[in-house]
Design a protein around this ligand. Sequence first.
Ligand SMILES: *Cc1c(COP(=O)(O)O)cnc(C)c1O
Length: 411
Amino acid sequence: MNKFEEYCTQFVQSVGNKEGAISPAITSSASFGYGDAQTSEGIFDGSVKKPLYSRMGNPTTAKLESIIAQMDGGVGAVATSSGMGATSLACMSLLESGDEIISIGGLFGGTYALFEETLKRFGIKTSFFDVDELENIQSAITEKTKIIFLESVGNPNMRLPDISAIAKIANDAGVALIVDNTITPLSISPLALGADIVVYSTTKIISGNASALGGCAVFRAIKEGEDKFKTERYPFMAKFIKGAKKMALVPNAKKRALRDFGMSANAQASYQTMLGLETLPLRLTRIIESVEVIAKALSEKGLDINHPCLESHPHHERYKSDFSNGCGTLLTIDMGSKERAYEFINKTKIATITANIGDSRTLALHMASTIYSDFDAPTRKFLGITDGLIRISIGLENPQDIIDDFLQAAE
Ligand SMILES: *Cc1c(COP(=O)(O)O)cnc(C)c1O
């Protein structure tokens, strides 16, 4: 059975209501009346489960959070205003000045800038590694290391990590592993592979139609016996573990990051994200099939395609074993030079030229002149950004139409 099948029932059944309005209600209220003083106190101390204020949580958003938590086998989730909001929330909930991050793979431009530029200003140091540098990763861990951050697929370098091996390193060292699973929802379940927190930009394939900016962080349960979050590395977790027990990572993220930084999701976006989520397994099934067909066809015609379904890719074996449900909607084409890349982009009739990915439509973007234009040459080299590199996100169109269009554009 296709892995996506198991989510089809779950999503449509949990998004829709059986009584009253079938479509989820959009609770478009910033604040909520508490009724009386005693209830106010209860809501603030958590003993009364009613909405407090939409920065801290909203009923529409809570529904989305429970569906995404279930999707990833998490104990809870926090939806955010954007994918960068989810990454910031997860990181800021665990970090303080002087701490260190180990960042592996990718890396999405915004995340790179967050680590290398913004968090650096707050005294947080990040070291960057390729997915296969397992020994260097292990020896880079110090007592200050609070986060190992990993992208489940390198965007746009298309390198695939051995997630279980990296999770083992993180767990042996007692360091939190955060996986950005934006590119491979459903295909990869990071918590089951040993990660502690999963982050998503729901803006991408989860919404799937560029209608709503959003993000979500999913948290695993704190274990009853030994747990890395009960150690000296994370002393601030003790009070949340005492109060919220296995849920502790959720209130820690909400109090530390959501309340104080305010990257909260809004109800309208959460509603639109749920509409997208309903059809996610169907769209993924089709696109993952198309990506392989298109990558192989274009490669056979001599185009320089980067996708791990191709035998020439260094992680082809890992793709077949660990990513048997595909690795998302992306592939890249290297046209050799900026001029030829521009020509391709201007000649394609199917692709929409935009920075988004994971859309119903096929999208394309020249990397070096856009998302990575801020970065110097060594950084671009590390991230695999060559002058002729075009990132493509395959959509729902007929794959043969895409192949024909790309071949004429590359001529
Ligand atoms: C787009 C993206 C993000 C950021 O998401 P936004 O919703 O645009 O803030 C983070 N990680 C990856 C891998 C992405 O593709």
